[in-house]
Ligand binder design. Structure first.
Ligand SMILES: Cc1cc2nc3c(=O)[nH]c(=O)nc-3n(C[C@H](O)[C@H](O)[C@H](O)COP(=O)(O)OP(=O)(O)OC[C@H]3O[C@@H](n4cnc5c(N)ncnc54)[C@H](O)[C@@H]3O)c2cc1C
Length: 571
C-alpha cells in the first residue's frame, strides 16, 4: 500500500504563495471580537470552486483543474435560476455551494464524509489534508469566520511576526556593533507591530485556504457538536446542518484561561489573544506566568524598552528546558532590566484611579505597571462539542485523553493538538493531525515523538531536542557535554551575537548524541542540524568529520563536538 504524505506538493505551493505575496493587506480588519475578519470574503473563493466542481463532476482530486468546469457552472445560461424564475442566476450560496466564508450546507441536509475534522488550526488542517491525500472525503468545520485557528490568528504567527518587527525596529541585533542607542525607528508604536502582523496573517490564511481547496476539502463555517458518536451538528447564524462520518478528528485547540482574580478590560489588562488590541506600547508592564507565552512576550516588550516585571509561581522559568539555557536567558532578561518575581503568586489584580494596574502578591508585595498580561495556562475548547453525546469527556482543564495513536476511548474518534495538552505546539499539532488521519485509514506512519524539537522564541531564542542534563541525571544516565560559544565562531562575531551558545550532550561510551540545546538568535533553525543527527542515531563524531560552510553558526556543532570529545581524552 502506498501512502501519500502531507506536504509533498503543498510545500512547493506554500513557497510559491510566499514569493507571490498573496493579496496581503486588502479588506482586512480586526473585528471587535478580536477575530480577524476578512471583509471581501463574500466573493467566490477557492473552496467554492472546488466544492462546486466535485458536486458536478466528482472528486476534484481526479481533475486537478476544476476551475474551468466551474466557470461553466457559473455561466448564467447554464446555471440554475431562482425560484421566481426571473432569469437571474442563483447566487452560488443559494445552490448550497458556498460552505466556506458565508454559509453552511442547507438546512435538513445530511452530508456523509469519510472524515469530519473539527477545528481549522494546524492539527485540523493536517488531518483533513492527509485524509484527502488518501482519496477520502473530508469536511473541516470551523466555528470562526476565519480559518487558521490560534496558530494563525492570535498565537504563533502574530507573536512571531511581532517579535520579528521588534527585533528589526529596535535594532537589537546590531546594538552590540553600533552601540546600545542604535534604533531603526523611534518611537515604535503598536501600529508598527500590528501592521506587519496583520499582513502576515492575511497571507497565511490565503495560503491555507488554497491548500484546503486544492485538496477538495469542504470547509464549513459553524460550531460543531456531537449528536451521537458518528453524527455532528454544525450550527451558525445562518442555520444548521448535520454531518455523518466514519471517523472524526477533534482539533478544537484552547483559549486563554480566565481567572476571577483578574478584571480583564481588553486594553490594559489582557490575555495573549488580546495583545494587538493594546492601544499603545506601555512604559511598564506586568506579565503573570513564566511559561512559554509569558516569557516570549516579556522578552519582546523588554527589547522595546518597556520596564517589565515577570511573576511566576514556580521557582524557575520554562521548567521543561535545560537549566543552563534558562539561566542564560534569565541573565539576558535581567540585563534588559526585567524584574523576575519567582516563587510569587498573584492574589488579586486591580486598576487604580490614575490608570495603573496593580498586582497584589500573596507575599504582600504590590507590583504596578501601565498594563498587565495574564498568561497563566490555557483551557481546552470542549464546551460546545457536547462530548457526552459521543460517550467522551474532558478533564477540568478541557483536555481530552488519547492513546499513543491519538485515539480517544471511541476508537473512530481522534483528538489532536492543544486540546490533548502538552506540548501544545503548532509544529507538533500538525504532526498529530497527520498521524491521526493515517491511523484512521490504516496507513503506515513513522513518527517518533522523541525526535520532536522545541523552539522557544524568547530573545534570544532557545531551542532543543532530546534530553536535558537534569533528566539524564535523574535517570542515572552518564553523559558528557561539549559546548561552543557564538563569540568564538566567526559568524557570531559578524552577526554581533556574542552571547549565544550551543551544547551537545552525548554518551561518553558510544558517543551517541543524547541532546542538543541552543540559546542564541537563530537557535530554532540551527537546531535542525542536530535534530537530523539525533533522529538518525548519529554520534558527535559526525560533527568532527563534517565540513561546514564557513563562516556559519553551524560550525558551533564542530566546535562543541571537539570540546566534548577532548574532555573524554583528558579523563
Ligand atoms: C501566543 C502564542 C504563541 C505561540 N507560539 C508558538 C510557536 O512559536 N510555535 C509553535 O509551534 N506553537 C506556538 N503556539 C502554540 C500553537 O498556536 C498551538 O499549538 C496550535 O495553534 C494548536 O493547534 P490546534 O490545531 O490544536 O488548535 P488551534 O490552532 O487552537 O485551532 C482550533 C480551532 O478550532 C476551532 N473550534 C473550537 N471549537 C470548535 C467547535 N466546536 N466547532 C468548530 N470549530 C471549533 C477554533 O475556533 C480554532 O480555530 C503559540 C500559542 C500562543 C497562544
Amino acid at each position: 500500500m502506498v501512502s501519500v504524505l502531507v506536504g509533498d506538493e503543498d510545500a512547493v505551493d506554500v513557497l510559491d504563495a510566499s514569493f507571490d505575496g498573496g493579496e496581503a493587506g486588502e479588506g482586512f480588519a480586526l473585528s471587535k471580537s478580536g477575530v480577524h475578519d476578512e471583509a471581501g470574503a463574500l466573493g467566490l473563493e477557492q473552496c467554492d470552486v472546488a466544492r462546486a466542481a466535485r458536486r458536478q463532476y466528482g472528486n476534484p482530486q481526479a481533475d486537478r483543474s476544476p476551475l474551468r468546469k466551474f466557470l461553466k457552472l457559473r455561466n448564467p445560461s447554464s446555471a440554475q435560476t431562482n425560484s421566481q424564475n426571473d432569469g437571474r442566476a442563483l447566487d452560488p450560496r443559494q445552490q448550497g455551494l458556498c460552505d466556506c466564508n458565508g454559509g453552511i450546507l442547507p438546512r435538513q441536509t445530511m452530508e456523509k464524509y469519510d472524515l469530519i475534522v473539527v477545528g481549522s488550526g494546524p492539527g485540523g488542517q493536517r488531518a483533513a489534508i492527509q485524509a484527502a491525500k488518501f482519496g477520502k472525503r473530508a469536511a473541516l468545520v470551523e466555528k470562526l469566520e476565519v480559518i487558521g485557528g490560534t496558530a494563525i490568528n492570535t498565537g504563533t504567527i502574530p507573536s512571531k511576526t511581532i517579535r520579528e518587527a521588534v527585533l528589526h525596529l529596535s535594532g537589537y541585533q546590531y546594538q552590540s556593533i553600533y552601540g546600545v542607542n542604535y534604533r531603526v525607528k523611534e518611537p515604535i508604536t503598536m501600529a508598527d507591530l500590528s501592521f506587519r502582523a496583520l499582513n502576515v496573517i492575511k497571507t497565511e490564511i490565503d495560503v491555507i485556504r488554497a491548500q484546503l481547496s486544492r485538496n477538495g476539502i469542504d470547509v464549513l463555517t459553524g460550531t460543531a457538536s456531537f449528536l451521537d458518536p458518528h453524527h455532528m451538528q454544525v450550527t451558525s447564524s445562518r442555520g444548521q446542518s448535520e454531518l455523518e462520518a466514519g471517523y472524526i478528528v477533534i482539533a478544537t485547540g484552547t483559549k486563554p484561561a480566565v481567572s476571577p482574580l483578574v478584571p480583564f478590560n481588553d486594553k490594559t489588562i489582557i490575555n495573549s489573544d488580546q495583545i494587538l488590541r493594546m492601544p499603545e506600547i506601555p512604559k511598564s508592564m506586568i506579565v503573570v506566568g513564566g511559561g512559554v507565552i509569558g516569557v516570549e512576550y516579556t522578552c519582546m516588550f523588554a527589547t522595546l524598552g518597556v520596564r517589565m516585571t515577570l511573576i511566576e509561581k514556580r521557582p524557575r522559568l520554562l521548567e521543561f528546558a535545560d537549566a543552563e539555557m534558562v539561566e542564560a536567558l534569565c541573565y539576558h532578561l535581567r540585563d534588559r532590566r526585567v524584574t523576575l518575581r519567582l516563587n510569587e503568586e498573584v492574589e488579586s489584580v486591580e486598576e487604580t484611579p490614575d490608570r495603573l494596574v496593580v498586582a497584589n502578591l500573596k507575599s504582600k508585595k504590590k507590583v504596578s505597571g501601565e498594563a498587565l498580561l495574564y498568561a497563566v495556562g490555557r483551557q481546552g475548547n470542549v464546551d460546545e462539542l457536547n462530548l457526552a453525546a459521543a460517550g467522551l469527556e474532558a478533564d477540568a482543564r478541557g483536555r481530552i485523553v488519547v492513546d499513543e495513536n491519538y485515539r480517544t476511548k471511541q476508537s473512530h474518534i481522534f483528538a489532536v493538538g492543544d486540546v490533548i495538552g502538552f506540548p501544545s505546539l503548532g509544529s507538533v499539532s500538525m504532526e498529530q493531525g497527520r498521524i491521526a488521519a493515517a491511523k484512521a485509514f490504516g496507513m503506515p506512519t513513522n513518527s517518533n515523538r522523541a525526535n520532536y524539537p522545541y523552539g522557544i522564541y524568547t530573545i534570544p531564542e532557545i531551542s532543543f531536542i532530546g534530553k536535558t542534563e537534569e533528566q539524564l541525571t535523574d535517570e542515572g544516565v552518564p553523559y558528557e557535554v561539549g559546548m561552543a560559544y557564538f563569540r568564538e565562531i566567526a559568524r557570531g562575531q559578524i552577526r554581533g551575537d556574542t552571547t549565544g551558545r550551543l551544547k551537545l550532550i552525548f554518551d561518553p561510551g558510544s558517543k551517541l548524541l543524547l541532546g542538543v540545546h541552543i540559546i542564541g538568535e537563530g537557535a530554532s533553525e540551527l537546531l535542525h542540524i542536530g535534530q537530523a543527527v539525533f533522529a538518525l542515531k548519529g554520534t558527535v563524531e559526525y560533527f568532527v568529520d563534517t565540513v561546514f560552510n564557513y563562516p556559519t553558526l553551524a560550525e558551533c556543532y564542530k566546535a562543541a563536538a571537539f570540546n566534548g570529545l577532548n574532555k573524554l581524552v583528558r579523563t
